[in-house]
Structure formats: structure tokens, C-alpha cells
Design a binder for this molecule. Structure first.
Ligand code: ATP
Ligand code: MG
Length: 403
């Protein structure tokens, strides 16, 4: 159906405007935080829609409204808005005056958009009592009118093919029957900043996404094997960041040329403990980065027992270095689930490209799977860690994405 068919259904005097209604969870949006959450969500949606729609985003009674010009635009807006964290549903429909004959015309149009369908249900609501007919009566009168006009269709209250929603809000009627599911979560930028150790592997991009979905912004920290390896992983990390950029959640990327330090570490510590020491140094750097950018936590893509360095003993041996809470959003997630999520997000193909990860540099055949923290700490005390940290922080390559 096209806009012209909408116009043909809006006889003289009827004012039907195409809109997208963006619904968000009330959960987490209550109390004092509510208005700042709503403001952030509106801002994130406006950013996400730039280049897709010029329609204004406005607030109406616990929803956001995007005015659109055509059904094609409505479809594009709905798809983009549904991908913004904090959005639970997006509906495409029309806004009319609160007059029954306008609502009828809109309802007919909205249902026609759902073809083919056999059964339908009317779900009408008024937000307040400024409209004289209550919700129950509204359901009945609209339903009765539609039954008369659509004799070949049947009303079915449970699991209908099409659900026609009519909402009487702030002097307007919103009529829609097409609704798509949003990603849910909370608006990016409402939870504070997290330093996410971001490799070009499969897991950490998914971990970063999950944190953004819960409202965090990300300082991405990448360790490159440079100069011992090529800089391929850095390019892949940038490609991953590009996938997330439209969400507005990646604040900056920090890259550490880590290869030289890994060489020094591999000379100084027992071969089976190399990975543990690489990772302890990574965490020590992450602490400093968090301090510099006022982040509130660190995060990794670790999943319990997935590889040698992710046993509980090894996690403990590494975690001991952290001075911030370490978030591990994937700790209980299986590889297959992570792969499916990465595919949905669009990072899978990037992470699947061949690259050398710095963690695999100078790896012994059998790394320690149950490191003893006391032994690790003893060896650690012999290393010039403070001097390395100073140097790494001085050489840190920082790219800001919005300031
Ligand atoms: P990923 O797929 O995220 O690389 P992985 O399964 O390869 O994870 P590890 O290599 O043990 O597991 O890494 C565990 C976590 O450590 C990663 O999820 C990431 O958060 C961090 N990490 C590993 N390598 C790097 C790196 N080169 N730069 C930044 N962070 C890293
Ligand atoms: Mg990896």
C-alpha cells in the first residue's frame, strides 16, 4: 500500500498523518531518572535516524513519535528505531483527530496494510478521560463498524492475525496494526563509561554490545601485537567499531602496541604463565585508562572455561590486578550463542577474518590452566611493571569518536 492509497482513504476534511510510534519500557525509567532517560533515548533515536528521515521526534505520553512522509520512510524509520537500545516496540500507523469517522478511515487503512489476514481484534485505549468514550466502548464501536465494512473478516480475541490498536492520547488518535519488536534494554549513555578490552575476536564485540544495550558507553581498549605482528587486528577492531557507531555508544578507541612488552614478559616469566602475565598487564593498563577517562568498570568477553586463560583459577590470577569491577557479560554464554549474537549484530564476518591476536604470541604448547595466585604475585614483584605502565600510557594511541 502506498501513501496515495492512504490519501484516497482520507476523504475531504480528514487529516491522516503517517507516523512511527516508538514504545519504551517503563522499567528503569521511573522516578527521578525518568526525564533524563527519555531525553537520552530521544537524542539517540534522532542520531540513528539522521540520513534516514528528516521527521521530527517528539514525546507524547510515554512514547516517542516520529512524523514520516511515506510508507517507505516509515518502514526504514521503524527498522532503524527498533535497533536502538531502550526501544521495545515500534509501530507504524497514522495520527488523526479524535473523531470517530477519522479513526474508522484510519483503521480500515491500517488493517489493509496487514493483508493477507483472516482474523482481527481491536485494542483501543484512551490515555485520559478527555475523550468521552471509554476503552471498552471504543473497542465495541470500532469493532462493529469494521465488521460491517469487512464482512469477509472475523473478529478473534485470542491470537488474531491482525491487532488493530487505537490510542487516544493528548488530543490525537493513533491508529496502527503493524508493530515490530525492538532490541529492548536501556538508552546508551545512561549507565556511565566502561573500559572494554576489545580484541578482533568473536567474543568481546558481543560483550561490548551487551553493555551498550544496558546503557553503558564504551572506551574500547585494544592490544595489538605490533611490532611483533602486523596491524591487521587494529583494522578489524576499527571495522567492528564502525558497526556499533550508529548506536552512539563507542566514545573512543585506545590502541596499545603490545608486542614489545610481550617479548619482554615472555623472556622474564615461565612459559606456561605467559598468557596470565600478558593479561595481568592488560588489566593494569585498563585500570589506568579507566582512571584517565573516568570510566566506572572494566569489561572483557570472557566465558567460563572457554579457553585455558578462562578457568576460574586463571581468572582469579588476572582479576587480582583490577582496581575496578570487571564485568564479564558473556561469562555464562556458550560459544554457539555468542556466534549467533555476533551474526545478528554484524560483527561475525569481521571477527572471522584471519588475524594474529597478541595473546597467541610466544605461546607455549601447554599453558597453565590453574595458576596459583601467590606464585604469580611473587614473580610479578620482580618485573619493572610500573615503568612499563608509564611508557604504555605515554604511547597510548587514542581516537575520540565524539567530544
Ligand atoms: P575474544 O573472542 O573476545 O578475543 P577469546 O575467546 O579469544 O575472546 P581470550 O583470548 O582469552 O578469549 O580473551 C579474553 C578476553 O580478553 C577477550 O574477550 C577480550 O576482552 C580480552 N582480550 C583478549 N585479547 C585482546 C586484545 N588483543 N585486545 C584487547 N582485549 C583483548
Ligand atoms: Mg581472542
Amino acid at each position: 500500500m502506498t501513501t496515495s492509497s492512504l490519501e484516497s482513504m482520507s476523504p475531504e476534511g480528514k487529516d491522516l498523518r503517517l507516523v512511527c510510534l516508538v514504545h519504551y519500557h517503563e522499567v528503569g525509567l521511573k522516578g527521578r531518572n525518568r526525564s533524563s532517560f527519555e531525553r537520552k533515548l530521544k537524542e539517540n533515536i534522532e542520531k540513528r535516524l539522521s540520513g534516514i528521515s528528516t521527521g521530527r521526534v517528539s514525546r507524547v505520553s510515554g512514547r516517542l513519535l516520529v512524523a514520516v512522509e511515506s510508507e517507505e520512510e516509515a518502514a526504514a524509520v521503524a527498522e532503524a528505531a527498533a535497533s536502538v537500545p531502550g526501544v521495545v516496540r515500534v509501530s507504524r500507523g497514522v495520527r488523526t483527530a479524535q473523531r470517530l469517522e477519522d479513526v474508522y478511515a484510519a483503521a480500515l487503512w491500517a488493517l489493509e496494510c496487514c493483508e493477507p489476514y483472516e482474523t482481527f481484534k481491536v485494542d483501543a485505549r484512551r490515555a485520559n478521560t478527555d475523550f468521552p468514550i471509554d476503552s471498552m466502548q471504543l473497542n465495541r464501536v470500532i469493532g462493529a463498524w469494521l465488521c460491517e465494512r469487512l464482512p469477509q473478516k472475523t473478529v478473534r480475541l485470542r491470537e488474531p492475525d491482525a491487532r488493530l490498536c487505537v490510542e487516544m492520547i493528548e488530543g490525537s488518535a493513533f491508529v496502527y496494526a503493524q508493530t515490530s519488536r525492538g532490541v529492548g534494554g536501556l538508552p546508551v549513555g545512561t549507565a556511565g563509561n566502561v573500559v572494554c578490552l576489545l580484541s578482533a575476536g568473536l567474543d568481546s564485540p558481543v560483550a561490548a554490545w551487551r553493555l551498550m544495550k544496558r546503557g553503558a558507553t564504551i572506551t574500547a581498549l585494544h592490544f595489538s601485537g605490533r611490532p611483533e605482528t602486523a596491524d591487521t587486528s587494529e583494522h578489524l577492531v576499527r571495522d567492528i567499531i564502525e558497526v556499533f557507531r550508529p548506536l552512539g555508544g563507542i566514545e573512543r578507541l585506545c590502541v596499545v602496541a603490545f608486542g614489545g612488552y610481550q617479548r619482554e614478559l615472555s623472556d622474564a616469566v615461565p612459559p606456561e604463565l605467559r598468557v596470565i602475565f600478558y593479561r595481568r598487564l592488560m588489566f593494569a593498563v585498563a585500570n589506568r585508562v579507566a582512571e584517565r577517562f573516568r570510566a566506572k568498570a572494566l569489561a572483557t568477553g570472557e566465558s567460563l572455561g572457554q579457553v585455558a586463560s578462562q578457568t576460574l583459577d586463571n581468572i582469579r590470577a588476572v582479576d587480582a590486578v583490577a582496581t575496578y569491577p570487571v564485568l564479564r557479560p558473556l561469562i555464562g554464554t556458550d560459544k554457539q550463542e555468542i556466534i549467533e549474537e555476533a551474526q545478528r549484530l554484524g560483527t561475525f564476518a569481521i571477527s572471522s577474518q584471519n588475524h594474529e591476536d597478541c595473546c597467541t604470541l610466544f605461546m607455549p604448547r601447554s599453558p597453565e590452566t590453574h595458576a596459583k595466585l601467590a606464585r604469580v604475585e611473587r614473580i610479578s614483584a620482580q618485573l619493572p611493571l610500573e615503568a612499563w605502565l608509564e611508557q604504555i600510557l605515554e604511547d597510548l594511541e587514542v581516537e575520540e569518536f565524539f567530544s
